[in-house]
Write a protein that binds this ligand. Structure first.
Ligand code: NDP
Ligand code: 8X3
Length: 254
């Protein structure tokens, strides 16, 4: 039997990297993407050492439709038969009230989390429709289920992921394509370092005083979703640290 193929966006760090390793362990061949070429090369090497899985790296920025289309269309016909698309690439930039918001931060979040997800899906999904087979996993967030102060724009992008996941489920219904949204609470990755523009002290504070999730927790959830029988679609998963109730309500030990 030929191996199944999974394309993971944002595989150079955090959740995407952990998901790539988890799916490689399960025998998938992988297309890993991200902007940092050195990180893609490292991951490709690590997977080659640990698992019997073939990897193709596509260095791309999901905000650039032409780049996304060209990279995916450059794949051989066999590699274009993507079984699983994990729309993971995303980020928060800044934590400011709207009246003090940095417009460039807003553009980066909206362009990456909403338009980037759409661009990749637009290029990959027609093949799934033709084959009447496929599984799209969108990484949403607790920020797509509620809103917290100063995070309005990031939360809006993740609410958009929630809406797009529902819309995709409707549009792809006749084509036997599963759509799963996985919504994590706080996971310690490079997420907060990116949000606070390299301020390690502020990033560390996000994860201090309680037990946060780790990327492997979410990778296991992805594995669970893709391992279900053909008739089962896990539509939505909200996965939180035990010590986190909402986007901004934590029980922290002082
Ligand atoms: P990381 O910062 O560790 O990883 C983000 C990944 O996204 C990197 O691989 C990065 O790759 C990629 N990425 C960012 N911008 C682009 C772009 N323009 N083009 C291509 N790739 C891009 O954060 P996480 O792993 O935590 O984040 C992954 C997803 O999980 C995001 O969608 C985030 O919103 C979501 N999430 C995270 C939570 C958390 O607490 N950590 C909780 C809930 C959801 P590169 O820089 O190489 O391009
Ligand atoms: C990332 C988690 O709590 O910053 O989506 O919204 S949070």
């Amino acid at each position: 039997m030929t191996k199944r193929i999974a394309l993971i966006t944002g595989a150079t760090s955090g959740l995407g990297r952990a998901i790539a390793l988890r799916l490689a362990k399960d025998g998938y061949n992988l297309i890993i993407t991200g902007r940092r070429k050195d990180r893609l090369e490292e991951l490709d090497k690590e997977i080659g050492i640990k698992y019997n899985s073939t990897v193709i790296s596509l260095c791309l920025d999901v905000r650039n439709y032409e780049e996304v289309e060209k990279a995916i269309n450059s794949l051989s016909e066999d590699w274009k038969k993507i079984d699983i698309l994990v729309n993971n690439a995303g980020l928060a930039v800044g934590l400011d009230p709207i009246h003090q918001g940095v417009v460039d931060d807003w553009e980066r979040m909206i362009d990456t989390n909403v338009k980037g997800l759409l661009y990749v899906t637009r290029v990959v999904s027609p093949g799934m429709v033709d084959r009447k087979s496929g599984h799209i996993i969108n990484i949403g967030s607790i920020a797509g289920k509620g809103v917290y102060p100063n995070g309005g724009v990031y939360c809006a992008t993740k609410h958009a992921v929630d809406a797009l996941s529902q819309g995709m489920r409707m549009d792809f219904l006749p084509y036997n394509i599963k759509v799963t949204q996985i919504c994590p609470g706080a996971v310690e990755t490079e997420f907060s370092l990116v949000r606070f523009k390299g301020n390690q002290g502020r990033a560390d504070q996000v994860y201090a005083g309680y037990e946060n999730l780790v990327a492997d927790d979410i990778a296991e959830a992805v594995y669970y979703a893709v391992s279900q029988p053909a008739h089962v679609d896990i539509q939505d998963m909200l996965i939180m640290p035990t010590a986190q109730a909402t986007g901004n309500m934590f029980h922290k030990e002082e």
